[in-house]
Design a binder for this molecule. Structure first.
Ligand SMILES: Nc1ncnc2c1ncn2[C@@H]1O[C@H](COP(=O)(O)OP(=O)(O)O)[C@@H](O)[C@H]1O
Ligand SMILES: C[C@@](O)(CCOP(=O)(O)OP(=O)(O)O)CC(=O)O
Length: 460
């Protein structure tokens, strides 16, 4: 049997600029930017000398300690798809689980098995490499020729910066498997229909691994890059088939290929652009406070206060659409005389006002006072157009829209380096060090990569 050729794929992280909470409801949309922080996945056949073929797939994250996951796979009965079992490296070691990897593997292999005979799914090894901005841990590139950092800790000690690592991982991992095992006539990342298949399959895997149906904006931006996003109806995935149950393989194929035309996701790539001369800057804010359950709390408040909430939701939706329109106008038309960014500044300011209104009314720290102070200080720097607390909000990040100039970067560095809100504010939360992440927006979604680029990371 000729071995399949190695393949590599990467997918971007995201920053949710506008539409947090609104996007959970299909009546509203979100503005999501892809980032130049990517998760790369390289897959290659395992060379077996003995002629014995074990049905085994080995996955590694070579940047981290103890980050190897080995899986056995087999075709299950009653069209239940491919069953994937984690193998123990040694009897006395506990199983180190990675539900995002195991679930994506189960879903992708099951989908692949509905197109190619099971014996063609040959063993492989898969390597995962993530841009250093996904984690705030201190790492170092092991050689001058690699952009990736090695960390001295296991993955569960990595501090996430919130760029959507699991969505970028599930997307690039799924894309790498499909590209490796399926012929190009069935799956080809340069075709729109394959992107739709990847999107639907990655959404299904990500939801199953998370154990909940979110809005799916992070998978959408990992596949398509920066876009205006309207979610799919949640019932599409809440009624999705379960792995291992009879007919899982057939039902998953129908769902992923959308034979019944149920997917109502809307992705508008052309509706958002970044004007030349502007860029996004992301800041990571150190804070001891976790804010679990924010989504639940906001939705519960909205349910109880529908009228007031709808007023804010509608005004924010108008503001978010205006923001997308103005960014696109500046990117495509000649700006008139005067301060060409004046309107953009006003729109961001007004939207922040509405977000604070939402925060105060729901008693959820979406833009808490500590972040208001930081955003206001940054916005006063010449060349900073404005900023917001991204996504669900909270204490741990801000995103700024700035003129792409050295002077702006220098002033921002000065401000953030000296920033400390020591006095605990009313809510008792102190925020500490503010760091600028070395990343910016990237319009491109999932991308084919050259497997040769990862050679030094891949164990022989
Ligand atoms: N480099 C990596 N290698 C393997 N798995 C990873 C890697 N980075 C992230 N993950 C997986 O994604 C999970 C983090 O996902 P999640 O908690 O949803 O955070 P995020 O907001 O970054 O998506 C990790 O627990 C791990 O399972
Ligand atoms: C509230 C939300 O609309 C947006 C949350 O955006 P974040 O970027 O904060 O999300 P995480 O990556 O999961 O931390 C929930 C959703 O859309 O699912």
């Amino acid at each position: 049997m000729t071995p399949l050729s190695p393949k590599a794929v990467s997918a971007p992280g995201k920053v949710f600029l506008a539409g947090g909470y609104l996007v959970l409801d299909r009546n509203y949309t979100a503005l999501v930017f892809g980032l130049d922080a990517r998760i790369h996945v390289c897959i290659e056949p395992i060379q077996t000398n003995s002629g014995v073929t074990l049905s085994e797939i080995i996955v590694r994250s070579p940047q981290f300690k103890e980050a190897t996951w080995e899986y056995g796979y087999r075709l299950t009965e009653q069209d239940g798809g491919i069953g994937v079992t984690q193998l123990r490296a040694s009897h006395d070691l506990p199983l180190n689980r990675n539900p995002f990897i195991q679930t994506s593997l189960t879903y992708a292999l099951t989908y692949i098995s509905s197109h190619v005979p099971h014996h063609l799914i040959q063993p492989s090894q898969i390597s995962i490499l993530a841009s250093s901005s996904y984690y705030s841990n201190h790492g170092h590139p092991p050689s001058p020729t690699t952009p990736f950092h090695a960390y001295d800790v296991p993955l569960h000690h990595a501090h996430k910066t919130g760029l959507g690592s699991s969505a970028a991982l599930v997307t690039s991992f799924t894309a790498a498997l499909l590209s490796h095992y399926l012929p190009k006539s069935i799956f080809d990342l340069s075709s729109d229909s394959s992107l739709r298949i990847l999107h639907n399959l990655a959404q299904a895997s990500h939801c199953a691994a998370q154990g909940k149906v979110g809005s799916g904006f992070d998978i959408a931006s990992a596949v398509y890059g920066s876009c205006l996003y309207r979610r799919f109806s949640p019932s599409i995935l809440s009624s999705a088939p379960d792995p291992g149950t009879p007919q899982f393989a057939t039902k998953l194929k129908v769902l992923v290929e959308d034979s019944e035309h149920v997917w109502d996701t809307e992705i508008q790539k052309s509706a958002i652009k970044m004007p030349a001369g502007l860029r996004l800057v992301m800041c990571d804010v150190d804070c001891g406070s976790e804010t679990p359950g924010m989504v639940k709390q906001v939705l519960a408040w909205r349910k109880e206060n529908m009228e007031e909430a709808d007023e804010i939701w509608k005004a924010l939706q108008r503001g978010n659409e205006e923001l997308a329109r103005e960014l696109t106008r500046l990117a495509t038309e000649d700006a008139g005389p005067g301060d060409k960014y004046a309107k953009l500044r006003e729109i961001i300011k007004a939207n922040r006002g509405l977000i604070r209104k939402m925060s105060v009314a729901s008693k959820v720290p979406i833009e808490p006072p500590q972040q208001t102070a930081l955003l206001d200080a940054c916005s006063n720097i010449p060349g900073v157009i404005g900023g917001v607390v991204p996504g669900a909000g909270g204490y741990d990040a801000i995103v700024l829209l700035v003129e792409d100039k050295q002077s702006v970067h220098i002033e921002l560095k000065k401000l953030t380096a000296g920033w400390k809100v020591d006095a605990a504010s009313d809510d008792g939360v102190k925020i500490g060090r503010v760091g600028i992440l070395g990343i910016r927006e990237d319009m491109v979604g999932v991308r084919v990569q050259d497997p040769a680029d990862y050679k030094e990371w891949i164990a022989a």
